[in-house]
Write a protein that binds this ligand. Structure first.
Ligand SMILES: Cc1ncc(COP(=O)(O)O)c(C=O)c1O
Length: 351
């Protein structure tokens, strides 16, 4: 892989075209086809993808956008950036995914313009139930696919369920660049057109601003070329991540450790997130054995100290808050060897 990337970098440098050129065109075509959609629009990051999706859908001050509070503040940051109001829905205890049973009452309670639903940890959210609640109320559904490249259910991949899917290509993602990157996918040509304008200052023609809210958010040629190298390998990487998750599920035997439920093609195992009473002690135990683990994520969005309106959802998200104190992500990435997985299992079981 390193040699191919090296040759790719040399090809892009020699080509002399570094922004909005043939590599991006090629990647957008190939990624849209992979997702089973008509359009992909490359942008500078997954965070920008979320924000530009909201802008392209015309959402701003006065709009209420519902999302979960356990997915790392990225959706909240986008909602706040466009001047809209976030409102939080609780998640399912076993998966950490948006809980449709909690969404129904929230949508019924007041006008909601849009929903940002993350396919957290690589697992598709319950989209049939979510769409059945959102469609009759004309709530625009934005999928946050930053952790779920390639996950599929009933022949549809992540990003193909709602109005638009937002991806991050941060290096650790299932499909990662060698730096920052992102993309949006949609079947709607008008929406794709607005996204293409917004990623470049809102221009229609060069130097002519046609849409407000635009900026510079382009996926550069070098990253697009690297992503074209990675895309054909994505399904294989996802299979390896799933196999590692299955090994953990089969091997972990500790009375205080609860594994995430098994997944099929709808789970690309971006992260293996267990639940554990005494999580911090387990993390310290693993760290002492040289095993790196992390918490995704320790502080729910409505509890973030840097956001001064942090009481917006306080006290209303019991599952989100309980999970934040219990979750721990074990190493799970395609390069991990079987003996390394076994060592993690042994270390957890010996705790
Ligand atoms: C669920 C989720 N949404 C959005 C993002 C933001 O992506 P980026 O880091 O490319 O801005 C990330 C990545 O960190 C993520 O995990």
């Amino acid at each position: 892989m390193a040699e191919v990337l090296d040759a790719t970098a040399r090809r892009v440098i020699a080509g002399g075209w570094y922004v909005l050129g043939p590599e991006l065109d090629g990647f957008e075509r190939e990624f849209a086809a992979y997702c089973g959609l008509a359009h992909a629009v490359g942008v500078a990051s997954g965070s920008d993808a979320l924000e530009l999706a909201l802008r392209a859908l015309g959402l701003g001050p006065g709009a209420v956008v519902v999302t979960v509070a356990n997915a790392g503040f990225y959706a909240t940051a986008a909602i706040l950036a466009v001047g809209a109001t976030p409102r939080y829905v609780d998640v399912a205890a076993e998966t950490g995914l948006l809980d449709p049973a909690a969404l129904g009452p929230l949508l019924a309670a007041g006008p909601v313009a849009a929903l940002i639903v993350p396919h957290l940890y690589g697992r598709l959210a319950p989209m049939a139930e979510i769409l059945a609640l959102c469609r009759p109320r004309r709530v625009a559904v934005i999928e946050d696919c930053a952790q779920a490249h390639g996950a599929q259910r009933d022949g549809r991949r992540a990003g193909a369920f709602g109005a638009v899917g937002c991806f991050s290509f941060y290096p650790t993602k299932n499909l990662g660049a060698l730096g920052d990157g992102g993309a949006l996918v949609t079947d709607d040509p008008a929406l794709a057109g607005r996204l293409r304008a917004l990623r470049q200052y809102g221009w229609g023609d060069k130097y002519h601003v046609e849409l407000p809210g635009g900026r510079n958010s382009r996926l550069d040629e070098m990253q697009a070329a690297f992503l074209r190298v990675g895309l054909p390998a994505l399904d294989g990487w996802n299979r390896r991540r799933r196999a590692i998750a299955d090994r953990y599920r089969a091997g972990l035997r500790h009375p205080r450790v609860v594994c995430p439920p098994p997944g099929g093609a709808d789970d690309v195992a971006h992260l293996f997130v267990l639940r554990c009473a005494g999580r911090d002690a387990l993390a310290a135990h693993l760290a002492a054995r040289g095993i790196g683990c992390a918490v995704h994520y320790p502080v729910p969005d409505h509890r973030q100290p840097g956001w001064r309106d942090a009481d917006a959802g306080a006290g209303t998200l019991p599952v989100t808050e309980r999970r934040a104190a219990e979750i721990l992500s074990l190493p799970c990435y395609p390069e991990l060897e079987d003996d390394e997985v076994a060592a993690v299992i042994d270390a957890v079981n010996a705790w």
